[in-house]
Design a binder for this molecule. Structure first.
Ligand SMILES: Nc1ncnc2c1ncn2[C@@H]1O[C@H](COP(=O)(O)OP(=O)(O)OP(=O)(O)O)[C@@H](O)[C@H]1O
Ligand SMILES: [Mg+2]
Length: 353
């Protein structure tokens, strides 16, 4: 962890904006001191592009006011097609040489003009016996990062760190459980528009993939087949609440849609197992709002034959009850993993992207 005070974590998702602020309390224990959530109108973000910037700005302003947040310095997460992550192998070299060479190396692996990309990397392993080293190469479209920066600026915020959602989740996991050196964990985030997978093997990220199928598609399926408005379909998906009766056919629609998504996820897991030489994945840890969809988790577990566990990122954290509604935060915990991971970042760290 870097020095300085914690930044406010801002996760701009397809369905909602989530914000978390942390403080190091007594005994270095982390405390959630502020938290905010605001749904975005449909079509605000399409295919990871912000189509309606003012909706996002308004959501941020509302969260800041309602949650009484005053700190303006934030860490924001990016994901989607504008972010490329590759594990690459390069000849052994010094840090200075690598700094010089990285542009050329990136050019070989990134299918875009690297002049329009912001490039970063991390050394995963040095293997002097083979004369090689493994790097994690990360590239994000500069335009896309600038779009986010403009939105934050309109909301009077100052982006200090830009991070990649998948690695943010890994950070939270590491912070909470540590990364087991001898096992392989698949970190899966199923949101509204995107499902992202990060397979962490022997403590390092070995495979990342995004699938553009998540909770929205399940809602769309209910809406289409039951011929109901999307709010109704969303309520059915979440079990209908305490008063509403969910039509019998909805369960079958949800089951089929979840099986389809679980099948896509399984294809990625199979691809990883076939190409990495790994024998097995030891467990799958699911976050994102759609992690609360029980038939989805069951379907993933059945296909993968690996225990599936819900990610509760606030398990070891305390909450400042004066400002944070603890019950509602804990009820949505899995949805806040990315925002929490961003809130772990500190002011004076090195920029990631
Ligand atoms: N209790 C629940 N049961 C089922 N689905 C839920 C529940 N709560 C939230 N969801 C679903 O989770 C999704 C939102 O999750 P999340 O906030 O993680 O997505 P997002 O970050 O906005 O989107 P993305 O990451 O795809 O850009 C929606 O599709 C919503 O329907
Ligand atoms: Mg998300």
């Amino acid at each position: 962890m870097g020095e300085g005070k914690h930044l406010v974590g801002v996760d701009i998702g397809a369905s909602s904006v989530k914000v978390v602020q942390l403080k190091e309390g007594r005994g270095k224990r982390l405390e959630v001191i502020r938290q905010g959530y605001s749904e975005l109108p449909p079509q605000t973000i399409i295919d990871n592009h912000v189509m309606n910037a003012s909706n996002v700005t308004e959501a941020l302003l509302r969260i800041y006011t309602d949650a009484k947040i005053t700190q303006k310095e934030v860490a924001v997460g990016v994901y989607g097609q504008s972010v490329i992550v590759r594990k690459i192998t390069v000849p052994m070299m010094s840090n200075d040489e690598l700094e010089e060479q990285i542009g050329w190396e990136a050019e070989q692996h990134i299918p875009f003009d690297i002049k329009v990309m912001s490039i970063d990397y991390e050394v995963l392993r040095r293997r002097p016996e083979a004369g090689q080293m493994d790097l994690l190469l990360v590239a994000a479209k500069r335009d896309e990062i600038n779009d986010y920066a403009a939105i934050l600026k309109d909301a009077k915020l100052k982006p200090v760190v830009v991070d990649i959602n998948a690695f943010t989740i890994q950070n939270v996991f590491e912070n909470q459980y540590g990364l087991p050196p001898d096992s392989t964990v698949a970190l899966l985030n199923v949101g509204a528009a995107v499902s992202s997978l990060n397979i962490v093997s022997q403590g390092v990220s070995s495979f990342t993939r995004e699938i553009t199928n998540a909770g929205n598609q399940i809602t769309d399926e209910i809406q289409k087949q039951c011929n109901v408005p999307s709010e109704q379909a969303e309520a059915y998906k979440r079990g209908g609440g305490s008063t509403e009766v969910v039509p019998q056919e909805v369960h079958a629609i949800i089951q089929t849609a979840c099986d389809g998504l679980a099948g896509e996820i399984q294809r990625s897991l199979d691809f990883y197992l076939a190409t990495s030489g790994e024998q097995e994945i030891n467990r799958i840890v699911v976050s994102g709002g759609s992690a609360y969809l029980a038939p989805l988790c069951k379907s993933i577990e059945k296909r993968a034959r690996v225990p599936v566990q819900l990610f509760d990122p606030f398990q070891n954290l305390t909450v400042d009850a004066k400002f944070v509604n603890e019950a509602s935060l804990r009820a949505r915990a899995a949805q806040f993993v990315v925002a929490l991971g961003l809130a772990l970042r500190c002011e004076k760290e090195r920029r990631v992207a």
